[in-house]
Design a protein around this ligand. Structure first.
Ligand SMILES: [Zn+2]
Ligand SMILES: [Zn+2]
Length: 294
C-alpha cells in the first residue's frame, strides 16, 4: 500500500468501499435495467449518438489518444470540445483520467498499476473504481501525472466540475424527450460506456492475441475493439503508446483512428503519429539484423 502512495496517485485502502461512487454506479445500473421498458427508436438513436460522442470522440480520440498520449494535434477549441465530450462518459474529469492512465502505462501490470488483472479480474474491471479513494476530483494530486493539463485553467475547471455537462444533458433530455429518453441517454448509455471502457482494463489485459512482446500483459481483442471504436487493439497500443492508430493491420477496425484521419483530411488534425505495421516490422527486422551482425 505504501508503495502505491509513493507514486503520487493514492488509490488508498483496496478494501474500503467508496460509498458515493458505489451508490452512483448502483443507481445507474438500476436505471439501465429499467430503460428497455421505455424502448422507442428515437430513444435508441439519441442514446447511440451520445454514446459515440462520449466513448469515441471523448474517451478514445480525446482523453486517451490526444490528452494522455498526444498522438496528434488539433486546434485548442477542438481539444477542449473533445474533453467536454469525455466528461459525458462519467469517467471523471480530464486531469484525473489522464493521470490514472499515464500511471497505468508507467507501471503496467505491476503493484503500482491502478488497475491490473494481476490483482484480480474484478479489481481491474471495476473494483479499483468502487474501492479505495478514487480521487476523481483531487486535481492537485492528479496534476503530478498530468502537469501539462493542470497548467490550463479550462482543464482545471472542467475537471473540478466534470459532472456538470452530464447534468445539463440529463436535464435537457428529460425536458425535451421525457423520462424514457432520460433513462436511455443517461443510465443505460453510461453503464454500457463504463463497462466497455473497463473491458479495456480487464479483458484486454487477460484475453486475446499478442503481436508484440511487451513487458505487460496487454492483448489485442477484436470484440472489445468493436465496442470501443478501436481501443481493444491494446497490445498494439502498449507497444506503441503514442501512436494515434491502435488497429495496425487493415483488418483491425479502428473507428477512432479513421475519424482522426478524417480530421487530418479536413485540415483540423496535424502531426498525426501513426507508424504502419510494415514500418514497425521493418524496423524490428533491422534491429534484429544489426543485433545478429554485432
Ligand atoms: Zn493497458
Ligand atoms: Zn494508453
Amino acid at each position: 500500500m505504501g508503495a502505491i502512495r509513493d507514486t503520487g496517485l493514492d488509490f488508498g485502502d483496496r478494501t474500503k468501499l467508496n460509498t458515493l461512487t458505489f451508490s452512483a454506479i448502483l443507481l445507474l445500473h438500476v436505471g439501465a435495467v429499467a430503460a428497455p421498458f421505455y424502448f422507442t427508436w428515437t430513444n435508441l438513436i439519441v442514446a447511440a449518438v451520445i454514446y459515440w460522442m462520449a466513448v469515441s470522440w471523448g474517451i478514445g480520440m480525446g482523453y486517451h489518444r490526444l490528452h494522455t498520449h498526444r498522438g496528434y494535434q488539433v486546434p485548442k477549441w477542438l481539444e477542449y470540445f473533445l474533453a467536454f465530450c469525455g466528461t459525458l462518459a462519467l469517467e471523471g474529469g480530464p486531469i484525473y483520467w489522464v493521470a490514472a492512465h499515464r500511471c497505468h502505462h508507467q507501471h503496467s501490470d505491476t503493484d503500482l498499476d491502478p488497475h491490473t488483472p494481476r490483482h484480480g479480474g474484478f479489481w481491474a474491471h471495476m473494483g479499483w473504481i468502487i474501492f479505495g479513494d478514487s480521487m476523481h476530483s483531487d486535481t492537485s494530486l492528479a496534476g503530478k501525472y498530468a502537469p501539462d493539463l493542470n497548467k490550463d485553467r479550462f482543464y482545471r475547471v472542467l475537471s473540478e466540475w466534470h459532472w456538470v455537462p452530464l447534468a445539463v444533458l440529463g436535464a435537457l433530455t428529460w425536458f425535451f424527450g421525457g423520462f424514457g429518453m432520460l433513462l436511455w441517454v443517461v443510465p443505460l448509455r453510461i453503464v454500457i460506456g463504463l463497462h466497455t471502457t473497463w473491458l479495456v482494463n480487464s479483458a484486454t489485459h487477460m484475453w486475446g492475441g499478442r503481436r508484440f512482446e511487451t513487458t505487460d500483459d496487454s492483448r489485442n481483442l477484436w470484440w472489445v475493439a468493436l465496442i470501443t471504436f478501436g481501443e481493444g487493439w491494446h497490445n498494439n497500443h502498449h507497444a506503441h503508446p503514442v501512436s494515434a492508430r491502435h488497429g495496425m493491420a487493415w483488418y483491425e477496425l479502428d473507428i477512432s483512428y479513421l475519424q482522426i484521419r478524417l480530421l487530418e483530411k479536413l485540415g483540423l488534425a496535424k502531426a498525426v503519429y501513426a507508424p504502419s505495421l510494415d514500418s514497425v516490422e521493418a524496423s524490428k527486422g533491422l534491429r534484429e539484423a544489426l543485433k545478429a551482425g554485432a
